[in-house]
Ligand binder design. Structure first.
Ligand code: TYD
Ligand code: MG
Length: 471
């Protein structure tokens, strides 16, 4: 009989163990939920995209290819487009005009929507008001994961939104929320906020980016399968992006930002993504004692605050589908510093510096020796160069300490060579300006204007702008 070789025995055992292990092998890796970076060790900050706390544990159970092949799954069903019913469900209107318009003409059944904005800006207030209005005709569930039901009742009493069939819960476990929605099929489900939800028995940690993504995924499935409109609120980071993975923004149907400034009571609801409506649409509200009141006529509100003083120029810009009348305010002062100050808010700092440089070059006024303070009234932010001419007029008006013609509006761009350039789609802007009592238009020499009752003053280059000032 052949003696068993102890070395061979040990070797065979080792092979057996490693084979057994390989049959039931679980591997752990960490994948960034923001980009696709993968590592075997957890780290706090993704080296690829620099996102914090975005690495999510990925447990991979290795199964052989043969096992995979025999795993039973249902075959995906395929259909021709002819057989698909396109009858759309009607949109759900809240009766709050500014909300209905921004969401694209009412809420679409089966959509997942995120409302985000700074803490305390009024997200919960707005949602409670919207939910209350919709609950007058539809079934609405409101899950308050941040505030207790007592707190919520206090708010609802203040908003006078207590007396109808809107149903509340302070449950924050997502599976129980989804189960309730599946069983009772509300038309609208509000979750305030998604960051405070957690999922029991999940592979991911509560509050982690992975869990947030998982929650959004489950809610997306719920909204699509049961035709429930789901609105969630989300926090934003200091940089103004939704806290959590960028993928959250990609996953949902619409994202709305509620913005505003603390000292100014006006709040703007802005659509930044909307699969069912126009983006960059703006809705206006005013935060008052009894909640957010809509301001359908924002221009009347803005124009009432405009002063006819040196340094002030009125411009009009398109925000979404509506023209907005804004006041630009400039203050120029002889500087005592070697590097004069440039303090700008509401407009790109470089744009103001550029217009000041063009004026200095072609009009020969020493703006480089002046401190310049510049702002857009009402906390608005202007992008683009449609307000160039207004910026130049505001600077000149402050420099010469002479006001512009009363009830005038400046509409034009300025090129680096000092030429005044026409702007597109001026018709809308003029029509709205006329409605609010504007009587003089300050525009480029070759600006085409179809019809207006205003006096039109045309300018070829920046040098001609001086004609408005006595100097
Ligand atoms: P809230 O809706 O709680 O903000 P968010 O959910 O975005 O954190 O808004 C809170 C602020 O709104 C708070 O500062 C108080 C103010 N507020 C009013 O001025 N009037 C009201 O009727 C309500 C309900 C809140
Ligand atoms: Mg809140």
């Amino acid at each position: 009989m052949q003696q068993a070789d102890p070395y061979n025995q040990y070797f065979a055992k080792k092979v057996m163990v490693s084979y057994a292990k390989s049959m039931d092998k679980t591997k752990t890796s960490f994948k960034c939920s923001n980009c696709t970076y993968t590592t075997i060790k957890w780290i706090g900050c993704c080296p690829e995209c620099k996102e914090w706390d975005s690495l999510v544990e990925n447990i991979i159970t290795a199964t052989s290819n043969a096992t995979k092949m025999y795993t039973h799954t249902h075959a995906a069903q395929l259909r021709s487009l002819d057989s698909i019913d396109t009858q759309e469900l009607p949109r759900v209107l809240s009766g709050i005009g500014e909300w209905d318009r921004v969401v694209g003409g009412g809420l679409v059944p089966g959509s997942l929507i995120v409302i985000t904005g700074d803490p305390g800006i009024g997200k919960s207030t707005l949602l409670l008001q919207v939910a209350y209005e919709i609950a007058k005709t539809k079934r609405v569930f409101y899950f308050s994961t941040e505030e207790s039901l007592q707190q919520l009742k206090g708010r609802a009493t203040r908003l006078k939104t207590t007396d109808n069939n809107l149903l509340f819960s302070d449950a924050a476990e997502l599976t129980s929320i989804i189960t309730a929605a599946r069983e009772q099929k509300p038309d609208l489900l509000v979750i305030d906020s998604i960051q405070n939800c957690y999922i029991n028995n999940a592979n991911t940690l509560p509050g982690s980016v992975g869990q947030l993504r998982e929650a959004a995924f489950q809610l997306m499935r719920l909204s699509k399968e049961y035709n429930i409109t789901v609105i969630i609120t989300g926090h934003i980071t200091k940089e103004g992006i939704i806290a959590g993975p960028k993928t959250l923004e990609h996953m949902v149907d619409a994202v709305f930002y509620l913005q505003g400034e603390d000292r100014w009571q006006t709040r703007m609801l802005r659509a930044v993504k909307n699969r069912f409506g126009a983006i960059n649409e703006l809705g206006f509200f005013c935060m008052e004692q009894n909640g957010l009141q809509e301001v359908p006529n924002i221009n009347a509100h803005l124009i009432s605050e405009i002063s006819h003083a040196p340094g002030s120029a009125i411009v009009s810009i398109m925000e979404g589908s509506r023209p907005i009348l804004l006041e630009l305010q400039a203050l120029t002062n002889a500087s005592k510093l070697t590097m004069p100050q440039r303090v700008v808010s509401g407009l790109d700092h470089k744009q103001v510096v550029l217009i000041a440089a063009i004026l200095e070059k072609y009009v020969k006024i020493k703006l480089s020796m002046q401190d310049i303070f510049f702002k857009v009234s009402g906390g608005f932010k202007i992008k683009g160069s449609e307000s160039d001419l207004g910026t130049a007029f505001a600077l000149l008006s402050s420099y010469f300490q002479e006001p512009l013609p009363e009830k005038s509006i400046a509409l034009g761009e300025i090129s680096l060579t000092g030429q005044i350039k026409p702007i597109n789609n001026i018709g809308h802007l003029i029509k709205e300006a006329e409605k609010f009592g504007i009587t003089t238009l300050l525009v480029a020499k070759n600006q085409t204007i179809e019809k207006t009752s205003c006096t039109v003053k045309r300018f070829h280059n920046v040098y001609e702008l001086l004609s408005l000032f006595g100097q």
